[in-house]
Design a protein around this ligand. Structure first.
Ligand code: RIB
Length: 313
């Protein structure tokens, strides 16, 4: 079993509407179905890492409502250690409103709730769990100051820091990039972080050049998640592309979270970065075949089976 992954991040109740197409501004359309799933980028990565066989602890905050209890219990059923999950009774738990069209593509609006009041002071009260971590997974759905502090504590105690810069609204401070071992934007987040739009068609040379800008600003390595195309690994010395595994798509929500969890588990088990990327790609592929965020996260057996069916070319 891989050991000691700590996720510092968000938990959301996902309210999901399926529809044929997204509405235009000012337009009202009928959806085809509605469901509620446990989600949040932090919770999803914790749940996925536990499903893949990791020893995982989640550090985050729920609100004083039934949804918070539901989110905590769901993580616990996957074996995530929730003993350091905080509660802010003054606010609601985080929520996400997600629309999914007939191609499985999504649009997401989040309301942070308790994720937004997870302060640096509260984090510091639980500093010791980060100090004991082997790998720390971060995202951007809690206050940026809290993310920076978590990265600083993790780095000082020698943990590997993996930051999923999602949602990305503006370039990140260099102070944070310098603390990150693996930065994992998708294509649009890469454009936001480098403040330059990207061509519509995927151009690996252009994406590699943008990733190297982030390396020049401090990030050690960048992995750009390119959805159905695959993922591009970029370091100062090298570049490597993992093609995606083609599967029937039901819902792409949280595929990026499955990727990060898969990469972290593989590193924790001592795999090479190249093999870690393959496992991460397979975890993401498995996750798009089922609806929902946490319910779509695959077991290790499912991922290993998919990898066996798709050996490296
Ligand atoms: O990455 C997917 C997640 O983004 C969803 O579960 C939703 O909660 C939003 O945070």
């Amino acid at each position: 079993m891989s050991r000691n992954i700590v996720v510092v991040g968000s938990l959301n109740a996902d309210f999901v509407i399926n529809l044929d197409r997204f509405p235009a501004p000012g337009e009202t359309i009928a959806g085809t179905s509605f469901e509620t799933f446990p989600g949040g980028k932090g919770g999803n990565q914790a749940y996925a890492a536990a499903q893949l066989g990791g020893e995982v602890l989640m550090l985050g905050q729920i609100g004083g409502d039934a949804q918070g209890i539901w989110l905590r219990n769901n993580l616990a059923t996957a074996g995530v250690d929730v003993s350091h999950l905080l509660e802010d009774r003054e606010v609601t738990s985080g929520v996400a409103f997600i629309s999914i069209d007939h191609r499985g593509q999504n649009q997401i609006i989040i309301v942070p709730g308790a994720n937004g009041t997870f302060s640096v002071a509260k984090l510091k009260q639980h500093q010791s769990v980060i100090e004991r971590a082997q790998i720390v997974l971060l995202q951007l759905e809690i206050p940026l100051a809290t993310v920076i502090e978590a990265a600083r504590i993790a780095k000082q105690s020698g943990a590997v820091v993996m930051l999923d810069p999602a949602p990305a609204e503006k370039p990140l401070p260099d102070e944070l990039l310098a603390l990150v071992d693996y930065l994992t934007p998708n294509e649009s987040e890469l454009a936001t972080l480098t403040d330059v739009g990207l061509s519509e068609a995927i151009d690996l040379r252009e994406i590699g050049a943008r990733a190297r800008e982030l390396i020049a600003r401090g990030a050690a390595k960048v992995i750009v998640k390119l959805g159905g195309a695959g993922a591009l690994f970029v370091s100062a010395e090298s570049q490597h592309f993992w093609p995606s595994i083609s599967v029937p798509i039901v819902d792409t929500t949280a595929a990026g979270d499955a990727f990060n969890a898969g990469f972290a588990i593989a590193l924790a088990e001592g795999m090479s970065e190249e093999d870690a990327g393959r496992l991460a790609t397979a975890a993401a592929a498995c996750s798009v075949m089922r609806p929902g965020a946490q319910p779509s996260m695959p077991t290790r057996g499912e991922v290993d089976q998919l990898l066996k069916q798709h050996p490296p070319q």
